[in-house]
Design a protein around this ligand. Structure first.
Ligand code: ADP
Length: 161
């Protein structure tokens, strides 16, 4: 049976930190779904379609990665695509409490689905989509933080007048 894992998240937009987790997961699992949660409570900068397109472009060199989006509960979505593993990245202690809550709830909802954590590469431990958007908004340098396609998309969202 093929091992299918999901890397769920907002990916608004995808950064080198995400990409590091995705590529490391792709070496362990047969298929890795990068799945965008279409969260109705958040106001994203990039639409789901824009995020799918960016993730597809920056992961096209990894053959066992698929890009998708979903609404509702992650465990229902996991079941619908036949995935039994969830992958999340851990950056710092500050991520831990929220992640523990999330994992415990998912375990309570479906105990057959395991969550695995991949520790961030030290180089990216300060990196988040929110901080990248904040820097991009004020035209700071982001080239080392996101792939070139994402940098271009951010520059288009925040043009220099
Ligand atoms: P969410 O809103 O679900 O946290 P994100 O897009 O912010 O969505 O993150 C998706 C996943 O990627 C999470 O598991 C998060 O911990 C992980 N992640 C985000 N940034 C990094 C990073 N710099 N290094 C490692 N993992 C990261």
């Amino acid at each position: 049976m093929a091992s299918i894992a999901i890397c769920p998240g907002s990916f608004d937009p995808i950064t080198y930190g995400h990409l590091d987790i995705i590529s490391r997961a792709s070496r362990v699992f047969d298929v890795v779904y990068v799945s965008i949660l279409n969260n109705k409570n958040k106001q994203p900068l990039f639409s789901v379609d824009e995020r799918v397109e960016l993730i597809e472009e920056v992961t096209k060199h990894i053959p066992n990665v698929k890009v998708d989006s979903f609404d509702g509960l992650l465990i229902h979505y996991a079941k619908s695509i036949g995935a039994n593993s969830i992958i999340r990245g851990l950056r710092a202690v500050s991520d831990f409490e929220y992640e523990m809550q999330l994992t415990s709830m998912n375990k309570f909802l479906n105990e057959d689905i395991e969550t695995f954590y991949i520790m961030t590469n030290n180089q990216y431990s300060f990196l988040s989509s929110s901080i990248v958007k904040e820097v991009a908004q004020y035209h700071g340098k982001i080239a080392e933080l996101v792939p070139p396609q994402v940098e271009k998309a951010l520059r288009l969202k925040f043009p220099i007048e």
